[in-house]
Design a protein around this ligand. Structure first.
Ligand code: CAA
Length: 259
């Protein structure tokens, strides 16, 4: 498929990189962009050679939010009946391989929500996160009121949602919103390093780890622990478990077959 609002490439033959590419609107997220993003994510997810996916934007903006120009015209009836604006966003949750957000510049509103839908966020030191929807007379509409408190706790999430203020990269790391902060010129190098490392592990174990950590947000502790134990035991049916443990015991490097 030919894309107009994103760019797609493969790195090191095993990492899929998707770059949001609507520079004139600071990567504002509209229906077409989100459809293209869904297509590209699904294509990488289905590609046997790909072990990890990176989602990134430009140095100035990961994404400045949902497209305000496109949504300004909607009435409640339009938006509700058509389930407009964010209806095709949650498709990212169906992706089973890890998706890392490499965030530089603005990640605001839907941009912050999109980054939070990824499995983890690596931020450049110029990154700015925020949920400024309150300034537009609305509230976050793509998970911001739910994922932000889970990431940074109630007090900071309320502060962000009620004042619309931005959080810089240092505060975002301190609060647990992002996993690492790196200099802007090292963002892709560092993120690619993580993605290549993940791609070298057993793909089955990687998918199981992702599925299990995500379970922590959807279940009680007892259910989550049971889910974890069942998957942990199930991995002993894989060739990669035999290889990984044999390699450790025999002091050699494991070569996973992803089987
Ligand atoms: N939607 C549409 N266009 C946007 C946009 C958005 N979210 N954000 C920026 N743009 C456009 C601007 O309109 C401008 O276009 P023109 O050159 O045609 O005028 C261009 O991108 C550059 O923007 P600025 O001139 O404003 O750039 P700046 O450097 O002065 O400011 C900014 C950058 C602080 C990010 C500012 O653009 C801004 O505040 N953007 C809006 C952020 C926002 O409110 N996001 C939340 C959207 S609502 C949402 O996301 C709902 C949801 O939860 C799903």
């Amino acid at each position: 498929m030919a894309y107009e609002m994103i760019e797609v490439r493969t790195e090191a033959e095993k990492v899929g990189v998707i770059t949001l590419n609507r520079p004139k609107a600071l990567n504002a997220l509209n229906d077409q962009l989100m459809n293209e993003l869904g297509e590209a994510l699904r294509a990488f997810d289905a590609d046997e050679k790909i072990g990890c996916i990176i989602l990134t934007g430009s140095e100035k903006a990961f994404a400045a939010g949902a497209d305000i120009v496109a949504m300004a015209k909607y009435s409640f009836a339009d938006a509700y009946k058509g389930d407009y604006i964010t209806r095709n966003w949650e498709q990212i949750r169906d992706i089973r391989k890890p998706v890392i957000a490499a965030v530089a510049g603005y990640a605001l509103g839907g941009g912050c929500e999109l980054a939070m839908m990824c499995d983890f966020i690596i931020a450049a030191d110029n990154a700015q996160f925020g949920q400024p929807e309150i300034k537009l007379g609305v509230i976050p509409g793509a998970g911001g009121t739910q994922r932000l408190p889970r990431a940074v706790g109630k007090s900071k999430a309320m502060d962000m949602a009620l004042t619309g203020r931005m959080m810089d990269a240092t505060e975002a790391e301190r609060s647990g919103l992002v996993s690492r902060v790196v200099p802007l010129d090292k963002l892709m190098e560092e993120t690619l390093g993580a993605a290549i490392m993940i791609s070298g592990f057993s793909q089955i174990a990687v998918m199981a780890a992702k599925e299990t950590v995500n379970r922590a947000f959807e279940s009680s502790l007892a259910d989550g622990l049971m889910f974890e134990r069942r998957l942990f035991h199930a991995l002993f049916a894989t060739e990669d478990q035999k290889e990984g443990m044999d390699a450790f015991v025999n002091k050699r490097k494991a070569v996973f077959k992803h089987l």
